[in-house]
Write a protein that binds this ligand. Structure first.
Ligand code: UDP
Length: 431
């Protein structure tokens, strides 16, 4: 009998997983325009799978000349930086043109190291577009996770214009992958209704939260460490600064709060690439006369975020769409109630009237009304906060890794569900 180390699982032994995260590295700091939940997800899941005994290689596009070819991220897990296009940050849309080169270089790297993989796990459509042919080449099963879907973004907000190219690629990936992982039941339904995907191939695995990092602490201590003013109510937003996040709705809601209210809205997230978006939001705040209540904090290191969640009285997630919404779960893990849009995964993570409030309309008034209610009632906030921490205990990363690991085991037991048939023109034409 082989003795397995503490966390190791028999189904993982000798199994190699190629994780594809083409457009953004799991090591990139979240909170930029294009770095957020997916980066955290890929990093945490890869670490957990590595600890279980899988060998995990995460392939990403090299976005800095200083990035070494390989970087360890945990036991049995490493990031491999693949040169495809300029070694610098480039627009996400521009990355699509380098996908064929990326695919070839990944294949060459694996051949050079004599690697073959059992599973290719791709994240976001660009990774799916190269994941399908790579899985074919290695005789591996292809597991796709979209994180966001073009059709859904386009429908969620009129200003979003996801290209037909992306949507066609998503359709091809969805039709060909052996399995698709989604973070909520709602996303499974969307894949069925908008992409015609047979739900039997779709596994619902909610995202995770680090319950040791995101944990309740003394609010006053957190506030002092952040040098926040005594007695001020804190309303928190955390996330990528992009239109889909609905920060305009939050600013509109702030403008509806009583002017004599002593409150501050902290907006965490953003980098040099989001300056234009921030400028627009600032001018909206100025037009509405609430700029003195709003502070743009910029991106905060993931490890420092617990201070912000703990310092806050309430966290607002006013997104037009959210496939899962890790921020809401992190806030609840710190015992801070959430006021969120009733969209996507948020509708199943936030319990309306128990751990926060869900708002069915993407307009400021109902958000303001719920904020007034919570900010004015210390007891209510405290009881929501306690319930919130309890409600998110089930979202630990170990549970995510267990679910993904059993999916891998199921796929590797049986025959491939279907042939990975991404049309050749989609694979080879610069997208
Ligand atoms: N985040 C962070 N620092 C920031 C802003 C965001 O670490 O300044 C992290 C946040 O803790 C969460 C992730 O980025 O883990 C955002 O995930 P979410 O699912 O809420 O949104 P997504 O980016 O997937 O749209």
């Amino acid at each position: 009998m082989t003795l397995l180390k503490h966390d190791q699982k028999p189904e993982a032994a000798g199994r190699r997983i190629a994780v594809l995260s083409v457009h953004t590295s799991p090591l990139a700091a979240p909170g930029g325009r294009e770095t957020g939940g997916m980066n955290v997800y890929v990093r945490e899941l890869s670490r957990e799978l590595g600890a279980r005994g899988y060998t995990v290689d995460v392939y990403t596009r090299r976005a800095s000349a200083q990035a070494p070819e390989t970087q360890p991220i945990g036991p049995n897990a490493r990031v491999i930086n693949i040169a495809a296009g300029p070694a610098e940050m480039i627009e996400k849309d521009a990355i699509a043109a380098h996908l064929p080169e990326f695919e070839d270089r990944v294949s060459a790297f694996a051949a050079r190291e004599g690697l073959a993989y059992d599973i290719v796990h791709s994240h976001y459509w660009m990774s799916g577009a190269v994941g399908a042919p790579l899985a074919d080449r290695w005789g591996a099963r292809h597991v796709a996770m979209f994180h966001t879907l073009g059709e859904v973004k386009n429908r969620a907000r009129i200003t979003e214009h996801e290209t037909a190219l992306r949507i066609d690629a998503e359709r091809a990936i969805a039709a060909s992958a052996d399995a698709i992982v989604v973070a909520s039941e709602h996303e499974r339904q969307l894949l069925a209704s908008l992409y015609g995907v047979d739900s039997g191939r779709v596994s619902v695995v909610p995202c995770g939260v680090d319950l040791d990092l995101f944990t309740p602490m003394d609010k006053e201590v957190a506030r002092r460490r952040l040098r926040l003013r005594d007695g001020e109510r804190i309303i928190l937003f955390v996330g990528r600064i992009e239109p889909l996040k609905g920060i305009d709705v939050l600013i509109g809601a702030a403008a509806q709060l009583h002017d004599d209210e002593n409150f501050r809205v902290l907006i965490v997230g953003g980098d040099s690439r989001t300056a234009a978006e921030v400028a627009q939001l600032r001018s909206l705040a100025a037009r509405l006369g609430v700029d003195h209540h709003i502070a743009f904090v910029g991106a905060v290191a993931h490890e420092d975020l617990p201070l912000y969640y703990n310092a806050a009285d309430v966290c607002v997630v006013p997104s037009y769409y959210e496939s899962f919404g890790m921020v809401a779960v992190e806030s609840m893990a710190c015992g801070t109630p959430v006021v969120a849009s009733r969209v996507g995964g948020l509708a199943s993570t936030v319990r309306d009237g128990e751990t926060g409030y869900l708002i069915s309309w993407r307009c400021p008034e109902p958000f303001a009304e719920r904020l007034e209610l919570l900010l004015g009632n210390d007891e209510l906030r405290a009881s929501f906060g306690r319930a919130a921490r309890e409600a998110v205990e089930r979202f630990r990363w170990a549970n995510v890794a267990d679910a993904v690991s059993s999916l891998y085991a199921r796929l590797l037991e049986g025959p491939a569900a279907c042939v990975n048939a991404i049309p050749a023109d989609l694979r080879r034409t610069p997208l």
